[in-house]
Write a protein that binds this ligand. Sequence first.
Ligand SMILES: Nc1ncnc2c1ncn2[C@@H]1O[C@H](COP(=O)(O)OP(=O)(O)OP(=O)(O)O)[C@@H](O)[C@H]1O
Ligand SMILES: [Mg+2]
Length: 297
Amino acid sequence: MIADQAEALRELVAEDRAQQAPTHADRSAPTSPRATTLAVTSGKGGVGKTSISVNLAVQLSQMGRDVILLDADLGTANADVICNINPQKNLSHVVAGRCSLEDALVDAPGGFRMIAGASGLSQMAALSEFERARLMDQMRSLEEQADLILIDTGAGVGPNVLGFLVAADQILVVTTPEPTAITDAYAVIKTVSRHDNELDIRLLVNMVRDEREARAVYDRITGVCRRFLNVSPRYAGHILSDPRVPYAVRRRQPFVLEHPTSPASVCIHRLAHRIDRHASTPRDHGLLRRMAAWLVG
Ligand SMILES: Nc1ncnc2c1ncn2[C@@H]1O[C@H](COP(=O)(O)OP(=O)(O)OP(=O)(O)O)[C@@H](O)[C@H]1O
Ligand SMILES: [Mg+2]
């Protein structure tokens, strides 16, 4: 029943796609069977999702991976601002059916490609079922064109964000040691695991003094998750609090390029290597089933 509905929407979307302009030919050769998708999310805003996504994308590109960063923030997107680029097309054009995701790809500093998000568009707050289906269909074709797709979601789990999360191979929930960030991270895990309790959820603790502080935050959150949700998010790692991070943002450069040996950059290197090992084994529960979870959600 779920699959039927997804199939019907996919057919609708396929017709719509057939009417769109042809996409770039130069990058269309598949690099691997399909990309691993990693959604970077959080409950509370401002915990570092965009900084981490952009710098992970740079680092993984420098390690030889073909990386696409999708800024899926539909309200306050800013990955393009951090990278000092000004793309002509962004996710709002894709959602409106004016171009494909592939057409919206632009080169970003450090060697990755990006699809910019949409800012300040209140109508983006809730996508229609058709728009969601079209976006998911486009995601499918994007999966054939990279090794890794990083999705920087907006904060909190609205219906749009949830779709990206349930469709990803891995969900990186970012929190900081602040109590509000911790309770909101738990709320995200609760919402997504209610949809699917087999999702690969990992916790990344940002802006910490040291690893010990990060482990304490992880233990608190995961303890409550085990007790009340019967899920055990894994520990993804930590990023040290580092004044070079906001400094690089002000200079509109990824900090791993500006300050490659700073404490936060070293943490990003470590995280990228972990992700790179994991990326060679994408979860494959069937994209259609994963899409359907969103389409009917
Ligand atoms: N490890 C860090 N050390 C110091 N400052 C950091 C660190 N990580 C992020 N920041 C700072 O925190 C602020 C918020 O970061 P960022 O915009 O990446 O968060 P976000 O989760 O994407 O926010 P939003 O929810 O609004 O999308 C920025 O000023 C950034 O420079
Ligand atoms: Mg952000």
